[in-house]
Design a protein around this ligand. Structure first.
Ligand SMILES: [Zn+2]
Length: 278
């Protein structure tokens, strides 16, 4: 579905008119010279103003697996469950927004191979790849509290999102562009970036591409450099932080993240279509 103009490919019952035919009829009816006709073509086709959502392929990856679920939250919930919940929310929202070619990678939580996750997206010919994760902190920051009778590690020191791109990805520039769009949409909704991955301590020290946007460079992330399309990894929040974990249980808070992803993908898709139409 296109927001504006006409999507000829969406016409199921009539053959699509050729571009030459459309241009000729435009010139005849509107009496525009050819140069003007070519200039208005993107607007006529709708590509300049909105993207072709029905054909834009998106791969959303649930980070980690049931067997190796990643970090553990302050209340003892495995990261995989947060990833699966948010990724499913995102796919549902994207599909409802008209992105009908959206797939959930690792939906069953059994794809252990990082290269295989990227392989699924590559074979699907996705135009964008987004890996969903939730964050932890280095052991030095952990304290212990008791939740439901169990002593559990937590740290309230850091909160917020982080975004990672790999310069080894074949579309590194576009990956970074998508990261900037998503960060801005998250900021617009009141979310803030966490800069703890840039701390000069063992296990961190990641270079920041943009401090204000929480955008990091992490070249060796396999899912990102094996993906043949623009790829981004989102750490949606710090689940060892007790308040942020509680917020992430709330569907309306997750809805802010979901809304940011849908908006950023819309902008990225529009820009991609705009570039193609030039
Ligand atoms: Zn993770």
């Amino acid at each position: 579905m296109l927001g504006f103009g006409v999507d000829w490919r969406a016409e199921g019952t009539h053959p699509a008119p050729s571009r030459r035919h459309v241009l000729r009829s435009c010139r005849k009816r509107l009496r525009f010279p050819l140069a003007t006709t070519l200039a208005i073509w993107p607007q006529v086709s709708g590509r300049h103003t909105d993207c072709d959502r029905a054909h834009f392929r998106i791969a959303v990856d649930v980070g980690h697996t049931v067997a190796t679920p990643g970090a553990t939250s302050a209340r003892g919930v495995p990261e995989y469950r947060f990833n699966a919940t948010l990724a499913r929310d995102i796919v549902r929202a994207l599909t409802a927004a008209g992105y009908r070619r959206t797939i959930l990678v690792n939906d069953n939580g059994r794809i252990g191979s990082l290269a295989e996750r990227a392989g699924v997206a590559n074979r699907f010919h996705a135009a964008i790849y987004l890996a969903i994760h939730h964050d932890a902190v280095q052991p030095r920051y952990l304290e212990t509290w008791t939740f439901e009778g169990r002593p559990l590690p937590f740290s309230d020191r850091f909160h917020g999102f982080s975004l990672f791109v790999s310069r080894r990805n074949r579309r590194a520039g576009a990956s970074e562009r998508f990261g900037r769009l998503l960060a801005r949409e998250l900021l617009r909704r009141g979310n803030s970036p966490s800069l703890h991955h840039a701390e000069p301590i063992p296990g961190e020290g990641r270079p920041l591409l943009d401090r204000a946007l929480g955008l990091y460079q992490f070249d060796d992330l396999v899912v990102l450099h094996e993906a043949s399309m623009p790829a981004l990894l989102l750490e949606a929040g710090v689940i060892v932080n007790r308040d942020e974990e509680a917020a992430l249980f709330d569907p309306s808070y997750r809805g802010r993240v979901v809304g940011a992803v849908v908006a950023a993908i819309g902008e990225f898709c529009s820009e991609a279509d705009s570039r193609r139409s030039r």
